[in-house]
Design a binder for this molecule. Sequence first.
Ligand code: NAD
Ligand code: DAU
Length: 333
Amino acid sequence: MRILVTGGAGFIGSNFVHLTAATRPDVQQTVLDAFTYAGDRASLAGLEDRIEIVEGDVADAEVVDRLVADADAVVHFAAESHNDNSLADPSPFVRTNLIGTFTLLEAVRKHEVRYHHISTDEVYGDLELDDPGRFTEATPYNPSSPYSSTKAGSDLMVRAWVRSFGVRATISNCSNNYGPRQHVEKFIPRQITNIIDGVRPKLYGDGLNVRDWIHVDDHNRAVWTILERGEIGQTYLIGANGEKNNKEVIEQILTGMGKDAHDYDHVTDRAGHDRRYAIDSTMLREKLGWAPEFADFDAGLAATIDWYRANEAWWRPQKAAAEAKYTGQSVIS
Ligand code: NAD
Ligand code: DAU
């Protein structure tokens, strides 16, 4: 089997490529990645002899057509992925997330190639803290940010290409991932690397916003489950019952790194900040038999802290530029 992995030099994509190389050695992998600020060849270190790496843009119809023609399946991770960046400048989000997905859909339609679309729970908007409900496959789309609105638009195109053109596609909407090789702009790695640098972690607003954490390997095992056993045209929600508020997570990181649990600052809140995400992954579990292997967030977080401590050479080149984007935030308490 030959698969084309877009965004395979990013956080989740690179972990997917490593997992696939380890668990499915017969699968031939081609990575298509534009190597934006978020893509890093070092994330694929050790695999250079086993995979093909193509530097290119998912919105470039020529390169996409050529690579899709040679593939049995496409797994589309490539995206502009960070909400804060989308508030500062939405334009690359529109190009990559919408035009890029359109370009891939046209190629898989032409070459009749199986397609799996990686998406996010953020397409459903947010829930109140006291809402007993969780997102399901039937929840109406209601995105809040430029990032999530472009992901929502890309999902809707996939659904339309399935219905109108018979494209063999599945979609997964996953909650917040954590684990190795996540860019230091994101919440957990930003705080770990700030603490290593002797900088106080930054909590947006009151810090009571809830995210539903899942280890990146559990996400990627679910993607393989859907690729192998998913029903064409179906959307699957991926989540590991990992709801925690940001304050709890920051305090856990601080104590896990030997610091005082309250040694952090509250800073200006993110505009339009979603309050709570929560996933009901019953369909994936009951219909396809998937279950997360990282049941213990505390152990997964401790392993992630260890990874950043041991891999400063990987994250250090990103750190100053990532922090420079946050200079407008002021401490509120
Ligand atoms: P990331 O930002 O770490 O990686 C994105 C990758 O895509 C990078 O390697 C980047 O170079 C590449 N890329 C960006 N624009 C490109 C373009 N035009 N052409 C080719 N490559 C391009 O993102 P991530 O956190 O690994 O997210 C991967 C996917 O998973 C995204 O689709 C995201 O929406 C989705 N997702 C992420 C999470 C999460 O918690 N991080 C949760 C659910 C879904
Ligand atoms: O839910 C899935 C989504 O999770 C993915 O689709 C996105 O690609 C991914 O980036 C992530 O989005 P979030 O906006 O939830 O992740 P982020 O790491 O940016 O922030 C997590 C929470 O932490 C959020 O409530 C904002 C807060 N935060 C973030 C940063 C960077 C802070 O309090 N301080 C920070 O410094």
